[in-house]
Design a protein around this ligand. Structure first.
Ligand SMILES: CC(C)(COP(=O)(O)OP(=O)(O)OC[C@H]1O[C@@H](n2cnc3c(N)ncnc32)[C@H](O)[C@@H]1OP(=O)(O)O)[C@@H](O)C(=O)NCCC(=O)NCCS
Length: 330
């Protein structure tokens, strides 16, 4: 019998646009305050893509950096998975554009739409392809230009979101890097967090534009409550499926939406402290599918995540969608 093939992350990279939009800047745009934003969300500033800078540009740069950190070349990549809810175009997919931009001539690829949980869903798809033996190397990218779907006149949402990208290289391994993956959706709650228009249900029209229907709409308080319970359940299930205890986890990376959500979930896991939670939402805000790989890449780059560490990643987002994954850093 041939030995079992596992999937492991062999490199991570991220990209954040240069332009910084601070809470003080937002105070000049809508009726809000730095104090409200910081205490309610934990966000101090976010990055905004330059005009003409697209999701594919940010994703391609994160992918190049992940490949460099993995010591691999674009020609080694056999599949490009892109999680995004802000693709450059309806089609071709952002994956096709990134495949061309980085010169991954041998790779197939596609986009995956699962809002803020997209990265963990894409990681699952890539891991399955590797574990089946069909491919040995994949790029998994979360990239978003949420500034184009943010209603900059609505204080309820415009303080929350930002642009950016994160990527990992997933390779075949003789040791299990992806230790578990638990994913879920609940389409019955589709309308608490969504973009109403732009698809075939409400195609773009003067009316949809006038009614701001091409922007993110969110029932914040409702989403908050569901997020805490769902993320806690996803975290516990992912740890259980990995055959581990909560105390075995070295680092936790939660989708960066709100520090109060992260704090509440982290404190209910293990030793009751949030010290193991990696946070960067103070600097980037909520970058949807990019948030987990962006935080992961930063924590690897600054040496917090080291070989042998067990990292729990937990996502929650529109759909509703959620996921929990335990990764052992090889
Ligand atoms: C959006 C969110 C930060 C709002 O915080 P909250 O504590 O729930 O605040 P509420 O919505 O209850 O609003 C409280 C008050 O602040 C006001 N407010 C909302 N946004 C504001 C802003 N940017 N500045 C100042 N006041 C604001 C509201 O109008 C409301 O005023 P009222 O009491 O007079 O009606 C929070 O609900 C949240 O993070 N939700 C979940 C987001 C999430 O998990 N997303 C996951 C996937 S993307």
């Amino acid at each position: 019998m041939s030995p079992k093939i596992y999937a492991a992350i062999s490199g991570a990279g991220h990209y954040a646009p240069e332009k910084v939009l601070t809470n003080a800047d937002l105070e000049r745009m809508v009726d809000t305050s730095d104090e409200w934003i910081r205490t309610r969300t934990g966000i101090r500033e976010r990055r905004i893509a330059a005009e003409g800078e697209c999701t594919s540009d940010m994703g391609a740069e994160a992918a190049r950096r992940a490949l460099a950190n993995a010591g691999l070349a674009a020609e080694d990549v056999e599949a490009v998975y892109v999680a995004t809810c802000t693709p450059d175009m309806v089609f071709p997919s952002t994956a096709c554009l990134i495949q061309a931009a980085i010169g991954a001539g041998r790779a197939y690829g596609y986009d995956l739409s699962a809002a803020c949980s997209g990265f963990l869903m894409a990681l699952d798809a890539a891991a399955a392809a590797i574990e089946s033996g069909r491919i040995r190397t994949a790029l998994v990218i979360g990239a978003e230009k949420l500034s184009t779907v943010t209603d900059w006149t609505s204080r309820d949402t415009c303080v929350l979101f930002g642009d950016g990208a994160g990527a990992v290289v997933l390779t075949a391994s003789d040791r299990p890097g992806i230790r578990s993956n638990y994913l879920g959706v609940d389409g019955n709650q589709a309308d608490i967090l969504y973009i109403p228009a732009g698809g075939c249900k409400r195609p773009p029209s003067e009316e949809t534009i006038r009614q701001h229907q091409h922007f993110i709409h969110m029932a914040g308080r409702e989403t908050f409550k569901i997020a805490v319970n769902t993320m806690l359940g996803a975290a516990q299930e992912a740890i259980r499926r990995a055959g581990l205890q909560e105390s075995d986890i070295d680092w936790m990376i939660f989708h960066q939406a709100n520090w109060r959500i992260i704090d509440a979930v982290a404190k209910r896991l293990g030793d009751g402290s949030a010290d193991r939670a990696i946070m960067n939402l103070d600097r980037y805000g909520n970058t949807s599918a990019a948030s987990i790989p962006l935080a992961l890449s930063e924590a690897v780059a600054d040496g917090r995540i080291q070989s042998g560490h067990k990292v729990l990643m937990v996502a929650f987002g529109g759909g509703l969608t959620w996921g929990g994954t335990v990764v052992e850093w090889i």
